[in-house]
Every structure is written in structure tokens, then in C-alpha cells.
Ligand binder design. Structure first.
Ligand code: ADP
Length: 595
């Protein structure tokens, strides 16, 4: 449909009506004026024709001398400027003001004459036509010529209408002129009216368009035209409501986005066609899509995981929320996923929201806890079984044999020591973790040289048994903010291991020094070293490189785990450098901390 501006819609019909009106009024006026002129002329011709019939009636015998009639016509014609013709009943012309009647043909057929035949004496016959004789429009008016007893013939008066037509033409020019002025005035007024109506609407349109694309607010100015004023009021109020709603929606959206963004759970909203509606930062981090712009892209393209796609499909098909656990193969991450259907206002399913919780840490902790319990049970089982076995043997009669009794009791004592050592280490670990978590461990600025000397003293006996020497290297003034008993315990563990696993007659070096913003304690031995594959695990609880050897040496498998916890409690870390056959170097690094 072709659309035009309101201006055109108002202006064109206005102009059509105006021009038609002007044309109709002009034509009607012109026609009236012409008719008026012609009627007057007809009356005037009839009057003069009657005057001539009266003159003829006064003639005693008008037909006696045809020249008399002709001369009368000519005299009358000269006096009035009209043409007079006297026609007998037979149609023969006997007098004419402008022609010689003898040369004139039968006039009984002329329309104005024919109209009178059989008509009463006061009848008038008239006709307008073009005269070939004078070559212009003529008006003929004929009246009966009554003799004393009978009708003698007809008197006809005629007049050339050229001047009347000219007057009418002049009138037409004047009317057309006035009409054109009126049309111009009408065009101007129409344009003003159309402009006055369309201009506020046009302005309104511009403002509404600007509002629609969010370029500005909507404050339409008031209009003196009631309808437009009502419309602007309604639109201003509608824009006000709309603004409020938009603000509410924007606020809700921002809140949702903030919520969505700060959630640690990965959230993906997918429509029923499998196209992603949105994905929060946690989900982006988890699935690492190749593009940041994921909205509108297929789920299977963005999240290349069959489990996620199955969850989406299942959520759409299931009447209830669904829950599943799965693993992301590439990254070995465990996910606990919930799928809830998205519905529209009519309760139709339009997609699904998938919420995935990364439970890898929880799973690992669970596994660690399980392993730990299994390890503790296993570690405790051996000495307990041994104690139980030897105690039963003693009860069964071995107690009666003094040698056996002593041997068994020694074994029971050794196993009980082992149990005690394990339990002490476990308790130490547990209270260490507990205190570190609570922040209840006391720290004090301590000189490290005496602390290391204390360690050397504690380990001296064991070292001496293997003919090993402990070399200390620490500046006498070196101080650090530490928990002295714990740190001493950690270094004792390290030196104890160096003695346990080191070679006889070798030296163990224990040193402490300050490096950039940290204090480092190093324990180096010349023992067998540790193979590379074990290095990352020896700080785990109950991890041993050589189980039999460790046990035979009274190791609990918890010594290095305690060292690690102590280092962590000091905000630091423990490291090991070792190669098989090259000895090992354990390092506790503790960053400086306020006293
Ligand atoms: P354990 O009670 O068995 O000594 P640790 O936790 O102290 O337990 O040590 C774990 C394991 O690390 C030990 O079983 C041992 O195999 C290895 N290890 C520790 N220190 C040394 C060392 N200085 N030289 C060689 N191996 C060591």
C-alpha cells in the first residue's frame, strides 16, 4: 500500500474540493449571466417586434405596396440597430431591414416562425443560431402580425449576439481571475491547515522514533489541538510507565547478571532448540569455549561434552528437575549437575537451565579421607595383630618358658612403641592442623642457632649409633618469628630421616640462613637419595618409598607430613632435592612475619 504524508492527505482533497467548488460556482455564475443577457435581449427583441406589428397594424393596407413595408423595416432597423423582417403567412418575405426581400427565400421554415404557426396572437417564437448572412450568432424573436380580421403574417426582430457573447466572455475572464485568486488563497489556507495538523504529528513521530531507539526520553510538547493534545498526554504518560518498567527490568537484569556472574556454580541456559541463551563466567571458565560470544550458538558446538547435552535433553523430557554426576574427561573434573526446565508464562517448556557444581576438590578430599582411614587402619592393624598374636601365644603357655616369654614380651613392647609412635604422630598432626586453622599457634621471635643445637642434641644418640656427624651452620644472631617447639619437631623429623636412611659414617649438614624476605632451614644428607617418581609424594601421609625398610626402622610414614604441616603453619613450604645415590636436601622456607 502506497503511503503519503498527512499533509498530502489533507491538502490534496482540500484543493480538489476547493477547485471543484470554484469551477461549479464560476460556471453557474457565468451561465446565469449569459442567460440573463439573452433573456433581456429576447424581451427587448419581442418588445421592438411588437412595436413594429403595431405600426403595421396602423397602416391602412400594408400589402398594397410592398416597398412601404420594406422601407419601414429598413427605417426601423436603422433606428434600433436590430434586423427586422416581415414575413407573410405563406413564408414570403415582404420587408427586411438588411436585405432585399425579393432575393430572400421562403422563411416559413425558420424555427422562430414555425413555432408560431397555429399559436395564439400573443405567442412568441424565438431561436438562436448562427447566421450565414452576417456570419455570427443571432437571436431571432418572431411575433404574429394580426390584421383586422386575420393573421397577416409574422414580424421578426433579430439581433447579432456578438457583443453579448463578448460581454459574457469578459465576465468569464473576471470570474476565472477571481476564481484563481480564491484558489490561491484556498491553497495557502489549506497548506496552513494541513501544516498545522501534520507538523505536530511529524514532530511527535521524530521524538517517538528517537525514543524507540533509546536516543532520548519522551516529552512531547502540548498542542492547542485537543485531539493531538490528548494523544501527546497519553503518549507521555505511556512513556513514563514504559520508563518505569524498563528501569525495573534493567535493575532486575543487572541483579540477575551480578548474581549469575558471581555464582561459583557453572550455569548454562539453553533453549529447546539447543541454542545457548546465556552462560555465566564460571561455566565459561569450566568449559573454555573457543569464542566469548556464545549466546545463540548450539550447545554441542560450545560445550563439547556428551554428558552436558544428555542432561539438557533429559531435563527437557523429564517432568521433574534432574540431577547427575559426571566427569569432564580432559580436565578430570567431577561435576554435580542439576537441570531445571525453563517455562514461559503459559507453562510451556522453552528450554533448560543447567547448573553444574565443580565437586572435584570435595571428591579428592573424600578420597583422601577414605585413603587416610584405610591407611591408618592398615598401619594400626599390623602392630595390633602382632601384639594380639604374641599375647595369645603367651597365654597359651609360652609364658611358662622364660626365654620365649622374654622374647615375646620384647616384641609386644616394640609393637606397642610402634603403636604409640603412630598415635603420637597422628595426634601431633591433628592438633597441628587444628591449631593452625584456629590461628591459635603462638609465634615468637626466636634465635635459630640454639634451636638447631637442640635438634642436634636430640638426634645425637641415634647419629652416633651409625657413626654419623651432624654439622650445624647458622649465624648466632639469626632470628625468625616461629613456633619453636613445632619447628624443632620438624627439623628433628628431617634429621631423624637423614640418620635413618643415610649411610653410616657420613655427615648430615643442618643450616639456617636468611634469603630475600625468608628464612631457610636446610637438612642435607649423603644417603641413598630418593627416586624422582617419589619426590612429589613423600610428603603425603603414610607414603613410604620402601615400606619394609621404613617400618623396620620404626618409621610411621608421617614424619614428612608433619614437616609439611609445620612449614604451612609458618606460612612457608617444604621442598626436596634428591637424586638416587646422591643424597637428599630438604628445605623449609618460611617467609618473614611480624612477631
Ligand atoms: P617414615 O616414617 O617412613 O620415615 P616419612 O614421612 O618421614 O616417613 O618419610 C617418608 C618416606 O620418605 C620414607 O619412608 C622414606 O622412604 C623417604 N625418605 C624420607 N627422608 C629420606 C631421606 N633423607 N633419604 C632417603 N629417603 C627418605
Amino acid at each position: 500500500m502506497k503511503r503519503h504524508k498527512l499533509f498530502i492527505h489533507i491538502y490534496i482533497p482540500h484543493m480538489i474540493v476547493l477547485l471543484l467548488t470554484l469551477f461549479a460556482a464560476g460556471s453557474w455564475a457565468l451561465r446565469g449571466a449569459r442567460q440573463e443577457h439573452y433573456t433581456q435581449t429576447r424581451h427587448s427583441l419581442r418588445a421592438t417586434a411588437h412595436m413594429l406589428t403595431e405600426t403595421l397594424a396602423r397602416l391602412p393596407d400594408p400589402l398594397a405596396d410592398p416597398h412601404t413595408l420594406d422601407a419601414l423595416c429598413k427605417a426601423k432597423g436603422k433606428a434600433t440597430g436590430y434586423r427586422f423582417t416581415v414575413v407573410l403567412n405563406s413564408g414570403r418575405v415582404v420587408g427586411d431591414s438588411h436585405e432585399d426581400p425579393r432575393t430572400m427565400d421562403d422563411h416559413s421554415g425558420r424555427p422562430e416562425i414555425r413555432l408560431l404557426i397555429g399559436e395564439p396572437a400573443d405567442a412568441v417564437g424565438w431561436s438562436e443560431r448562427r447566421s450565414d448572412t452576417v456570419r455570427m450568432n443571432m437571436m431571432y424573436v418572431a411575433v404574429p402580425w394580426q390584421g383586422e380580421t386575420e393573421r397577416m403574417g409574422f414580424v421578426r426582430a433579430a439581433r447579432a449576439m456578438g457583443d453579448v457573447d463578448l460581454a459574457v466572455a469578459r465576465q468569464r475572464v473576471r470570474i476565472v481571475g477571481v476564481g484563481l485568486w480564491l484558489a490561491a488563497l484556498g491553497a495557502l489556507v489549506s497548506a496552513l491547515i494541513a501544516g498545522r495538523l501534520s507538523e505536530p504529528l511529524d514532530r511527535m513521530r521524530q521524538q517517538v522514533q528517537a525514543y524507540a531507539v533509546g536516543r532520548s526520553g519522551l516529552h512531547l510538547p502540548s498542542s492547542p489541538i485537543l485531539e493531538i493534545h490528548t494523544l501527546t498526554e497519553a503518549m507521555n504518560s505511556m512513556a513514563g510507565h514504559l520508563n518505569e518498567r524498563i528501569q525495573t527490568i534493567v535493575r532486575q537484569r543487572d541483579e540477575q547478571n551480578a548474581l549469575f556472574s558471581c555464582m561459583t556454580e557453572a550455569v548454562i541456559a539453553v533453549d529447546d532448540q539447543g541454542l545457548i541463551l546465556s552462560m555465566n563466567p564460571a561455566a565459561m571458565h569450566l568449559f573454555r569455549p573457543d569464542h566469548d560470544a556464545v549466546a545463540g550458538r548450539p550447545l554441542q558446538e560450545v560445550v563439547r561434552n556428551a554428558d552436558v547435552q544428555r542432561l539438557w535433553r533429559k531435563t527437557l523430557d523429564s517432568p521433574d528437575p534432574v540431577e547427575e554426576d559426571f566427569v569432564i574427561p580432559d580436565s578430570d573434573r567431577f561435576l554435580q549437575a542439576h537441570g531445571t526446565a525453563l517455562t514461559d508464562g503459559h507453562g510451556h517448556r522453552i528450554g533448560a537451565v543447567l547448573v553444574m557444581n565443580d565437586i572435584t576438590r570435595m571428591r579428592r578430599l573424600e578420597t583422601m579421607r577414605r585413603d587416610f582411614v584405610a591407611n591408618v587402619s592398615h598401619e594400626l592393624k599390623t602392630p595390633v595383630t602382632s601384639i594380639k598374636g604374641f599375647a595369645e601365644t603367651l597365654l597359651d603357655g609360652a609364658a611358662e618358658q622364660p626365654e620365649e616369654r622374654l622374647r615375646f614380651l620384647k616384641i609386644i613392647d616394640k609393637q606397642a612403641d610402634r603403636l604409640k609412635a603412630i598415635l603420637e604422630d597422628l595426634l601431633a598432626l591433628s592438633s597441628l592442623e587444628h591449631d593452625a586453622e584456629n590461628g591459635s599457634l603462638p609465634f615468637q621471635k626466636t634465635r635459630l642457632a640454639p634451636l638447631l643445637e637442640q635438634v642436634a642434641k636430640a638426634c645425637q644418640e641415634a647419629a652416633a649409633k651409625k657413626d654419623m656427624t651432624i654439622a650445624l651452620s647458622c649465624h648466632a644472631d639469626l632470628k625468625a618469628v616461629v613456633n619453636a617447639p613445632l619447628l624443632e619437631q620438624a627439623v628433628v623429623n628431617l634429621v631423624g630421616n637423614a640418620i635413618k636412611y643415610g649411610l653410616e659414617r657420613t655427615e648430615i649438614s643442618v643450616s639456617a640462613e636468611r634469603t630475600d624476605a625468608a628464612t631457610v632451614i636446610r637438612v642435607a644428607d649423603q644417603g641413598p637419595g630418593i627416586a624422582r617418581q617419589h619426590l612429589s609424594r613423600i610428603f603425603e601421609r603414610f607414603y613410604r618409598v620402601d615400606k619394609g625398610r621404613s617400618r623396620s626402622m620404626g618409621g610411621t610414614g608421617l614424619g614428612l607430613a608433619i614437616v609439611k604441616r609445620v612449614a604451612i603453619a609458618h606460612g612457608g613450604r617444604v621442598d626436596v632435592e634428591s637424586q638416587v645415590g646422591q643424597g637428599s636436601v630438604f628445605t623449609i622456607a618460611m617467609p618473614d612475619r611480624p612477631a
